[in-house]
Design a protein around this ligand. Structure first.
Ligand code: T3D
Length: 264
């Protein structure tokens, strides 16, 4: 399997679909898959034809996190420097997903464990199949949550639930994840691909610049004080007000027709 086979890439209707593709390992991350996912998200940054991203997994899992076969202590090598692997592989991709000025939809098609769960949580709209489970499996193997997991869990769920999930590594059902506000929706397994795609296609046909700024405003609200946030909203709205998509949105409203946004 070449590096590019580990993440299948398809662009249609403005949606770049990235499918993690090591199903025999529940899409656990090896170096090739890390680099392929990074290249996919980087393409979403660089390519104007991409107006939304859809991330999902092949087979029965979304991702089981780090490939533990690559961390086998029986090899007799010195302990790995996991700080370095996070810096080199996970964190740049997570930063790219969060900073991407385009929406990222994640369709969690099955179990999402360890960093696999936390990559899903870094996406903007997360849907999960009812059969999917989110597992902060780190404590089971003597690690701490990474890939932004402890950051997202506390913000989305609060300290009590974040501690219970991470300390006990209990699987969280998709339904409970949605009820708790960890993800957007749990949907029937058979409906997941179509529902996630419909959302991604609809976002890709949206006013891309305003969606990108909206994403960043919501993210910045976590750390901004009220005054500086009002300033940031003003700046974004000033920019949005000069966009072709705003003119089209208003015109379409006045002409009582659906808008045809160009993403500009
Ligand atoms: O290392 C660094 O760079 C630092 C970063 C770390 C980030 C992390 O993600 S650490 C956490 C790593 N992940 C885990 O600890 C999860 C390990 N997997 C599991 O606990 C279970 O597989 C699941 C709960 C996810 C699913 O269980 P189940 O019963 O549905 O499936 P299974 O039978 O355990 O797995 C199916 C196959 O996938 C199996 O292979 P086999 O025996 O059929 O050949 C299994 O070994 C393989 N697999 C699952 N997870 C991983 C894996 N292979 C390698 N690495 C995995 N993480």
């Amino acid at each position: 399997m070449t590096e590019s086979d580990t993440v299948l890439t398809e662009l249609s209707d403005g949606v770049l679909t990235l499918t993690l593709n090591r199903p025999e390992k529940l899409n656990a991350f090896n170096e090739a898959m890390h680099l392929a996912l990074r290249a996919g998200v980087q393409r979403a940054h660089d390519d104007g034809a991409v107006r939304a991203v859809l991330l999902t997994g092949a087979g029965r899992g979304f991702s089981a996190g780090q490939d533990l076969g690559d961390r086998d202590p029986r090899r007799g090598e010195p302990p790995p420097d996991l700080g370095r692997t996070l810096d080199t592989f996970y964190n740049p991709t997570l930063r790219l997903i969060r900073s991407l000025a385009k929406p990222v939809v994640c369709a969690v098609n099955g179990v999402a464990a360890g960093a696999g769960a936390n990559i899903a949580l870094a996406c903007d709209i997360v849907l999960a199949a009812r059969s999917a489970r989110f597992i902060q499996s780190f404590s089971k193997i003597g690690l701490v949550p990474d890939a932004g997991g402890s950051w997202h869990l506390v913000r989305l769920l609060g300290e009590a639930r974040a501690k219970a999930l991470t300390l006990m590594a209990e699987p969280l059902t998709a339904e409970k994840a949605a009820e708790w506000g960890l993800i957007w929706q749990a949907v029937e397994d058979a409906q997941l691909p179509a529902r996630a795609r419909a959302i991604a296609v609809s976002l890709a046909a949206g006013p891309t610049a305003s969606l990108g700024m909206t994403k960043h405003l919501v993210q910045a609200a976590q750390s901004n004080d009220f005054d500086s946030h009002l300033d940031q909203e003003r700046d974004c709205q000033q920019f949005a007000g000069r966009s072709a998509d705003y003119a089209e949105g208003v015109l379409a409203f006045l002409e009582k027709r659906p808008p045809a946004f160009s993403g500009k």
